[in-house]
Design a protein around this ligand. Structure first.
Ligand code: PCA
Length: 203
């Protein structure tokens, strides 16, 4: 079994992205499944292209996309990606679409095809705060989630996929008042627990 695990680059003035920092430390093998890692630019269009290219190079049973959701308290598998790009801030190349579709010929939304409830259950069992989220927003993370599920729908019928947001790391909130954060170890453990849930759901 092979799983593609992706993590976003830093954006929005942060010097790190907990998604990339944690993905780097995730084990290369989980319960016999090989974990292939890919790092993704926070750029509309290029984010989807980067992961689409990685998916074409190999055959994956699952794709788990990871991004930062600063301010959230838990690690949150996303339920749904919507066909809407609406940037609150510009991306890392200055693009800031307003109310644009991700894919002009796509449906309104795609549901995650990952076992999101099982992922939450496994993360909590590993002592990591976790909850299902019902919105991935309208920025590059939702854009990537929607785009990857679009290509899964069109080209990779045997692959399951979806997105998971992670909170800030402690080091990112030293100068932010009353803002939630997790340790890097917690985020790594949460991602590994989610991968175990995915492997078990496919076994
Ligand atoms: N979080 C942003 C984009 C990249 C990331 O890590 C988001 O939630 O859209």
């Amino acid at each position: 079994m092979k799983i593609l695990l992706t993590g976003f680059e830093p954006f929005g003035g942060e010097s790190i992205n907990p998604a990339k920092e944690a993905v780097k430390l995730v084990k290369d093998e989980i319960k016999g499944a090989q974990i292939v890692k890919c790092y993704v630019p926070v750029v509309f269009g290029k984010a989807i292209e980067t992961v689409h290219e990685a998916m074409k190079k190999d055959t994956f049973d699952a794709v788990l996309l990871i991004g930062q959701a600063g301010g959230r308290y838990e690690i949150t598998p996303e339920r749904i990606g919507i066909n809407c790009d609406d940037g609150r801030i510009p991306d890392n190349e200055g693009n800031q679409p307003v109310d644009q579709p991700v894919m002009a010929d796509g449906p309104a939304a795609y549901f995650s095809t990952l076992p999101i409830k099982k992922m939450v259950e496994y993360m909590k069992a590993a002592n990591v705060p976790a909850a299902v989220s019902n919105t991935a927003g309208t920025y590059v993370c939702n854009h990537l989630m929607y785009g990857v599920l679009y290509y899964i729908d069109k080209e990779f019928p045997n692959t399951i996929g979806g997105f998971m947001h992670v909170p800030y790391l402690h080091e990112q909130v030293m100068n932010k008042k009353e803002t939630a954060s997790l340790s890097k170890d917690d985020v790594v453990r949460g991602i590994e627990a989610s991968l175990e849930a995915i492997v078990d759901s496919l076994a």
